[in-house]
Write a protein that binds this ligand. Structure first.
Ligand code: HEC
Length: 128
């Protein structure tokens, strides 16, 4: 009986600590790191057609995507991309978070680089 009441005290202490951590959380998050999930960027036509973005995206592609997705890799490690069937957000999501055999690139490329490779893949310049 005594043990049980001790456990109850511990439990309520833990609950109070958790509530405090939750309350303190958002303030900490702002000063430390980015949230786990970035809000999906807005890919408007001005962004997608911007030549500088497409050039940056091509560099990303050449360095880190072509060796799996490039035409010289077929049939290879990754499916041939069919950009006409993708929304920009879909490509961004796969690039950022990965999917099965597709590695996540969130910690490798900056947000701008991940957005730029979307612009490149969706552009007429895209040549795998
Ligand atoms: C290690 C090899 C590898 C690398 C490097 C790689 N991918 Fe992938 N990617 C894959 C595989 C495998 C899949 C298929 C995942 C599945 O659907 O099972 C995939 C899927 C995708 C898809 C979704 C295709 C679809 O039709 O569903 C996109 C878009 C994509 N990759 C883009 C990229 C971009 C952009 C890069 C460079 C930043 C990249 N990938 C680098 C292996 C790779």
């Amino acid at each position: 009986m005594q043990f049980r009441s001790m456990a109850t005290i511990l439990e309520s202490t833990a609950a109070a600590a958790a509530a405090f951590a939750l309350a303190a959380g958002p303030t900490n998050a702002q000063t430390t790191s980015a949230p786990a999930e970035e809000p999906p960027p807005n890919f408007d036509s001005a962004y997608l057609s911007n030549a500088a973005n497409i050039t940056t995206g091509k560099t990303v592609w050449d360095n880190q995507c072509r060796h799996c997705h490039g035409s010289s890799a077929y049939p290879g490690k990754a499916p041939k991309l069919t950009p006409g069937t993708y929304t920009p957000s879909f490509v961004y999501d796969r690039v950022t978070y990965g999917f099965r055999g597709m590695p996540p690139w969130k910690d490798v490329f900056t947000l701008e680089e991940r957005k730029a490779v979307v612009a490149y893949i969706k552009s007429n310049d895209f040549s795998p």
